[in-house]
Structure formats: C-alpha cells, structure tokens
Design a protein around this ligand. Structure first.
Ligand code: TPP
Ligand code: MG
Length: 870
C-alpha cells in the first residue's frame, strides 16, 4: 500500500484529465478499500471506525476537511442485502390484505366525492404509505399490555383513509361510518377528515393535520415518557412513539428545529418514518436535489440513527455486478425531479436517460427488459426491505431513529396519478380506472360495484381476516388507539390556599401568588408529584427560580458539574428525577411538553398537571396552532401568561407588551380564560380548575394571566366562588351616604387584572369629589361571553344579565387589554358602555406614562366618569 502522505497529496489533484492518472488512482483506491476490508475481517467494525477516524484526523491536520463526505452515505439502502433478515410473515396474505385496505381507502374518498358535495379527501398519500404502514402494523407497532405502556402511533394525517379502512376490517368502524367520510353530522355516524381525538377519542392519539406538529409532539411525548420513568412514576416498560411524516412536511421549522432534543436526551423510544414520495402538494419537494440525502445529513448531523430504504429487491442483483460503482454514481447524481420524471416515463425513455451513454451502465441495465425497468419498485413498496429497516430501528439503543423511505405518490392508482404533480389533489377517477384498479388489486366485486366504489370486507372466517386479527392480537391490540381511563385525583381543599384567600398584607404580584401556590402544591403528599412546572428560560423573570432547588430541573443525565451558584439558597439544580421542565428558549418544545403532560392521563394513565408559564405575548401569537391542537387533543392543564398587560409590563416595548392574548384565547372553545386581579381570585380559579379537570375529568384547559405589579390583596370576604368563576362580581359598592346625595345616573367601574388598582384609586378620588361609583371585578370577559352564547341558545338569561338586572347607568370597563375584549359584551349592559383599553402597538416607557398614553390610568377613568356624571 502506498504511503498515506502520498495519498493525501493525490486527493488534492482534482478533475485531472490524464487517463493514466485516472487508472493509477483507481488502483490506489481499490487497494485502500481492500486493506480496510482486511481490517474489518481481522479486527471488526469498531477498528475500521477507529482507523477512519485516525485518517480523518490526519487529513484535518493537513488542512483537508471532509465535512461534505461525512454526513452523507451513498444513495442506496443503509442495510446491505447480507444483513437483511428473512421475512417472518405470510407475505402472500399480507399483500392481499394490503390490497383490500388500499381499495377501501380509495373507495371512501371516491364515495365522498360521488355525493356531489365536493367533500373529497386524499387518495395519493396513503397509496404511497400503505406498504410501510402495513409492515409496521403487522410486525412492529405494539399496544398496551400489563407490563408494556404501549406504543403511540401518530400517522401522516393525509393518510387517514388507510387507517379508517384497516379499522373497518378490524371491526372497529362500520361501513356506514366509512361511507360518511368527511360527513361527521350524519345520523349513522361519520368520520373526520384527519386525526381528531375530540371527535374520535378511542382512535386518534393526537391531532397532526397541521403539518409539522406531529414531529415535535412525538419527540416531546417520547421525552415525557422518559421523564416519568426517571421520576419513578411509570413502572411499565416504555413504549415507542412513532411519527409517520411526509417529506414535504419536514420543511416545517417545528420538525427540524426540535430534532436535536431527541438525540441530546437519547430518546431511543422515538421512531420517525418519513414517507419520501418526493412530492408535496404543488410539486416536487426538492426537484433540483435529493430530499432523502438532505434529510440524511440533517438527521445525522443531529445525532440520529438514519436508515435509508431507497431501492426494492430487484436492484440487488444489479448492485452485485456494479463492480466499478458506475450505477451507484448515476444514482447519486440523478436529482429528484428526474426520478419523478422516470415514474411517468416509458421504460425505454427511462433507460436512455439513465444510461446517459455510459457503456458499462448500459451493460448492467441490459439485465432488465424495458417493462421490468418500468416496474422496478422503490424501497417503500418492498416488504422485505421495510421489515429490515423497522427491525433495525427497534434495536436502537440510546439514539432516536429516522427511516427515510422512498416511495411514489399515488402508487398503484394508474398513470393519471402516479408521480404526477396533481396527485395530491386527485379526488376522483373514471369508471374505467376504478374497474382497472379493482382488477389489479384482486377485489372480487362486480364491475357495477367497482364503478360505485363499493367497500369490500372479506368473510370473517377467511384466511385474510384471521391473519389480520391474529397479528394485532400478538402485538397487544389494535393501533392507532387512544385510551381514556385514568384514576381521578382529588383536588386539594381550598384551605390549602388560605394565605391567599384571607388577603395578603404584603405588596406582591399575582405572579408571585401563583408561584407560591405551585410551591405549596408541590409539597402536598400524594398530589405534588403530579405537578409539572414548565418554563422556557423565563423562571427568573417570574420569580420561580426557587423551584429549581425545591423541585429540581429534569435532566436525564443528572448534574455532572457543580453549578456556579452552588451554596446559594436557590442553586441551579439539575437532577435525573427533577420535576421542572426547563425548555430553554423553545416555545414550540414547551407547548409540546404541555400537550404531553396534559394528555398523560390518556397515554401514560397518570393525572399530570402541567403549569406552563411564559411571557404572555409569546403564547397564543407564537404557538397558537399548538394551543388549538391541545384543545383537540383533550389536553388538561394550566397555561399561564406571565408579565401580562400592555402597560403593566413596562419598558420592554412593542414586542413584549401583550394587550391581546385574551382575544386570541377567546377562540379556543374549551379553554377557560381568566384575568384575575387578586390573590383570592387566583386561588379559587386554580383550585376549581384542578377539581374540574382532574377530579371531574372534564375536557377543558385553562389560560390565566398574571402580572408583575406589586400591591396588597384584600380577603375574599363574602365574595362567592361561583361569581369569581362565572366571570364577574361586585367588588365594592359606592358609599351609601354619597349615593343618597348624588343626582346623576349611577356609574359603574369594571376592572380586571392589575388595572383594578387604577380603578380602586379612581373610585377613591371620585368619592372625594362627590361622585359615587360601584366597582365590579371582571375575572373573565371571555367566559361571560361564552355563558351568554349558551344562555341565548337555550332561550335563558345570561349570568351577566342576571347580575345586572337591578342596575342601570353608565358602565366603564378598564383593562390592560384591547377594547375588543369587553366590547363583545357591550350590548348586554343596561345603560351606556365605554371601554378603555390598550389598542395599538406597545411602547418602551414607564408604567405610569404608558397608562396615561393608552388612557387607562386612574386619571383617565376619573375624566371619563366626570364626563358621564354631568
Ligand atoms: C401547516 C400546514 N400547512 C399546509 C397544509 C396543507 N397541506 C396538507 S398536505 C400538504 C402536502 C403534504 O406533503 P408531504 O408532507 O410531502 O406529504 P405527502 O402527501 O406527499 O405524503 C399540504 C401543503 C397543512 N395541512 N398544514
Ligand atoms: Mg411527500
């Protein structure tokens, strides 16, 4: 073998046209490969890696970097034929079952189309995903058992017809339900387009039709599983979290932006299966490049184990004669746009383009006829290749795994669909196409039934049906599945919060009141362990850093260093059984943790209570889509918008000062939103939230805003819990003697949150000027509005109308929110209604200046009241 120094020199000679050099170089490379093979045979794989690392280090020391080369492997299957296990199932039967499922999946979309209602659906996504789904469900995805927590199967949303179609054969859905795909309001029942746990709580574990959320949520479910295990709350073996994803979907930043956490936390319980059909909705994902190679580099760079399934078995014999890698080189150079073009071209044209005048490649390809070349399968339709890949993924230890599976969009749907740019939108087919496909899939229906896309269900005693059920029985039960049984948790008695109920003499913010409540709850035996504080690098802002030492920050590795603040009262304590989820600056990840914890009652059978505390402006407008998904996923828990209010959070300016999150929150139907002013209100609201969500198991969740302004808090006195929870109560009536003297119409001041302090001050000053006012505390404009809507639909009076029955005069609402929030109720007030709020962009200024600027200061209230009193 030649001197390595010499080899390094040769590497630097690029694009040499010297023929004799090329030959010499080939011999050199072959010698190196042979030597490496000898090392592998004599010492094993580990030594080969070590040797390559030494070579790389040497090259680096010479200034030669190999970054491009190290992240990508050649464009071929990661598992060589020699390591492919034999297929354990009955392939013949599995293919028959797959064909029936393919047909029924297509039929339900066609039937929906045939109603003429324009409902449609998606045929092409599942057509590309069917084989991988079937191999996974026949052999790998397990369900819950006595000692196994169960896998979670999060599908590619647009492949839902395939899952429905399988559930029909499994007896989990009826023909009528499938016949009413996308018609949920039908009497006999119907099916939602995509995974929708709220409507189908026994089937879909999580909503994933908003592209990108499936990936991030699956990663954080896997992390939460490890969190529960490390904290000793889960005793069963952890299941795997499966995320089936589209290649187009991988462009979403929520997906790619969170994969690093999976490797950092060694989540070998998460498996991504990316359906690389090379297309998204409009056209190719990467026409000018190769999405599989791009994703391979990204995932490898992030420390994932990457398994590529590119080619079907028909290519194996060709690879075995590709001694000089000419075919491999061609595979590496052809781009996705061309591969897509091959899928719609005749074999003959494909061959000409593929060979590109290369004699050696021509000779290799002469082993296939044009027809065989045309029919050659991609890896995603080869059961054996898929089995090998899943099998390897299951054995991963300490690393997350991604399978990059090459498929074809619309596979098996005929020339009008396969690989065409319009495939995604395809919703119907001609009679001839229907007959032809049914024939090819071996569906024993008459041509008339084929034309009307009738469903086909084999006899329950048929071999196919017996096989289908027995495979799932062996794997613990049907999938996907969602569980809804969890023990109820008794809410703490309100006495636990008596320090806040009875008033607080010290000047403190509602944020601090909440932090103290959390701290108290954490100390409760048999209850505290279920609390999950979640923070996105803002704990110090909210005065929550005390929780670091009290509960510990979760880290699967524990703490391998002495923190810089060791020895202080609240050091930065990381622990393997830490309870706080410190998410770093990643609101998407924090929301995914919130969903995992808030649905833990379902997948993990544990009533976990997440408190996710964030800058209120970085909630709904940043991750609103994920909050919406939480509503669908029947998530329970508390979203806490800290540093709320456009003027109460001062100085930080326009990007931080939130005056509208309550308006954004108002659109989530099952979200209970509150804007408390006092410690006792907060205590009543949080305690009731726990009672409703964990004791009564209601499918609701909470959004509560807390502020950073310090003031003292009155005791609850005779204010009823019900009135706080309903959204409004009279906090302080005008002084009787003053009222008797006053000649004008009564004036009512409505306050909420921190701005209540301005209202209280205004009342005092107005009294001094002889103007009496009543103060009302509004804990939730949104809930008052919801109550009004419900009452209206039942023909009753709303709570608001009832409590205002004997009132009249002028009503002035003042809050740190935009006026749209109270204005939605304006018509219900028996008199004039004026809203003072914080419309417009925020500014960097002092609190006082901001309140004057927006017109919500005590002076602004006084001015308005005087104007109305005239
Ligand atoms: C956030 C979001 N944006 C856009 C869409 C609309 N949409 C649905 S499927 C799809 C294309 C999906 O392509 P890919 O992920 O490659 O899946 P394929 O159907 O090709 O398997 C688009 C754009 C969506 N559902 N969610
Ligand atoms: Mg795609």
């Amino acid at each position: 073998m030649s001197d390595p120094k010499k080899a390094a020199d040769i590497i630097s000679i690029e694009n040499s046209s010297d023929k004799s050099f090329e030959d010499e170089w080939k011999i050199e490379v072959n010698e190196w490969v042979e030597s490496l093979e000898a090392v592998k045979d004599s010492y094993g794989q580990k030594q080969v890696k070590e040797l390559l690392r030494s070579l790389q280090n040497f090259a680096l020391s010479q200034g030669i970097t190999l970054t491009e080369a190290t992240l990508n492997t050649p464009y071929r299957n990661s598992i060589p034929l020699s390591e492919q296990p034999s297929y354990p199932g009955n392939l013949g039967l599995e293919k028959k079952i797959e064909n029936i499922i393919r047909w029924n999946a297509m039929a339900m979309v066609l039937q929906a189309y045939d109603t003429g209602e324009g409902l449609g659906g998606h045929i092409s996504t599942y057509a590309s995903a069917a084989t991988m789904t079937e191999v996974a469900l026949n052999h790998f995805i397990k369900s819950r058992s006595d000692d196994y927590q169960g896998d979670m199967m999060n599908i590619q949303a647009h492949a839902s017809p395939g899952i429905y179609s399988r559930a029909l054969l499994e007896g989990r859905l009826t023909i009528e339900e499938l016949g009413n795909f996308r018609r949920e309001l039908q009497e006999e029942g119907g099916l939602p387009s995509y995974p929708h746990p709220r409507r189908r709580p026994e089937l879909w574990p999580s909503p994933c039709a908003s592209m990108g959320l499936n990936g991030v949520n699956s990663i954080y479910y896997a992390r939460f599983a490890k969190y529960l295990k490390n904290r000793g709350l889960l005793s069963k073996d952890l299941g795997k979290i499966w995320a089936f994803l589209g290649d187009g979907e991988m462009d979403e930043p929520e997906t790619i932006g969170t994969i690093n956490i999976a490797s950092r936390e060694q989540l070998d319980n998460v498996i991504f299966v990316v359906n690389c059909n090379l297309q998204r909705l409009d056209g190719p994902v990467r026409g000018n490049g190769k999405i599989i190679q791009e994703l391979e580099a990204v995932f490898r760079g992030s420390g994932w184990s990457v398994i590529k399934v590119i080619w079907g078995s028909e290519w194996d014999p060709l690879f075995s004669i590709d001694h000089n890698d000419v075919m491999q080189q061609r595979m590496d150079e052809v781009v996705d746009g061309e591969y897509q073009m091959y899928s719609v071209s005749p074999g003959e044209d494909q061959r000409t383009h593929w060979i590109k005048g290369n004699k050696e490649l021509e000779s290799i390809m002469s082993n296939l006829s044009d027809k065989e070349l045309k029919d050659i399968k991609r890896g995603g339709f080869d059961h054996k290749k898929l089995y090998a890949a899943f099998d390897k993924a299951m054995k991963s230890n300490g690393k997350p795994t991604v399978l990059l599976v090459k498929t074809l969009k619309g596979y098996g749907l005929g020339e009008g669909s396969e690989g065409r740019n319009i495939a995604h939108q395809k919703k119907t087919m001609s009679d001839d196409e229907r007959i032809e496909i049914a024939e090819r899939l071996g569906i024993p229906l008459s041509d008339d039934d084929r034309k009307s896309a009738k469903f086909y269900v084999p006899d329950p005693n048929s071999e196919e049906m017996q096989y289908l059920h027995s495979r799932r029985k062996e794997l613990g039960g049907y999938q996907p599945i969602r569980f809804n049984s969890c023990e109820t948790l008794k809410a703490p008695d309100i006495e636990l919060f008596e320090d806040f109920i009875n008033g607080i003499d010290r000047s403190i913010s509602t944020t601090l009141v909440l932090v103290r409540m959390i701290s108290k709850m954490l100390r409760e035996e048999d209850f505290g362990k279920y609390i999950v504080p979640i923070v996105p690098d803002e704990a110090r802002t909210f005065g929550m850093d005390g929780l670091f030492s009290q509960a510990g920050i979760y880290s699967p590795e524990g703490q391998n260093y002495q923190p810089v603040d060791a020895g202080t009262i609240s050091p930065y304590k990381e622990a393997k059984d830490g309870q706080v989820l410190q998410e770093g600056i990643c609101e998407a990840g924090a929301m995914a943790s919130f969903m995992a914890a808030g649905t833990a009652y379902s997948h993990f059978e544990l009533p976990m209570i997440p408190f996710y505390i964030f800058y209120s402006i970085f909630g709904f407008q940043r991750v609103g889509d994920m909050i919406w998904a939480c509503g669908d996923a029947l998530t329970r828990g508390f979203l806490i918008g800290g540093t709320a209010g456009r003027t109460t959070l001062n100085g930080e300016g326009v990007q931080h000062q939130d005056g509208h999150s309550h308006v954004l929150a108002s659109v989530v139907p099952n979200l209970m939103t509150y804007d408390p002013a006092f410690g006792f209100e907060l205590a009543v609201i949080v305690r009731e939230g726990i009672r409703r969500m964990y004791q009564e198991q209601e499918d609701i969740f909470y959004y509560i805003t807390v502020y950073n302004e310090n003031y003292t808090h009155p005791p609850i006195n005779d204010v009823t819990h019900e009135s706080i929870l309903k959204g409004m109560y009279c906090f302080k009536r005008a002084a009787k003697d003053l009222e008797d003297k006053y000649q004008g119409e009564p004036i009512h001041l409505l306050g909420s949150g921190s701005i209540m302090q301005q209202v209280i001050q205004a009342q005092e000053e107005l009294e001094e000027e002889g103007i009496p006012t009543n103060i009302w505390s509004v804990t939730s404009y949104n809930l008052l509005h919801k109550d009004y809507q419900e009452a209206r639909s039942e023909g009753k009076s709303s709570y608001l109308e009832t409590i205002l029955e004997n009132e009249q005069g002028h009503f002035i609402s003042v809050s740190d929110w935009i006026t749209l929030l109270p204005d939605s109720l304006a018509h219900l007030f028996p008199g004039t209604f004026t809203a003072l709020g914080t419309d417009g962009f925020g500014l960097s200024e002092s609190r006082e200046a901001l309140r004057n600027y927006f017109g919500i200061s005590s002076q602004a209230i006084i001015d308005k009241a005087k104007e109305l009193a005239k």
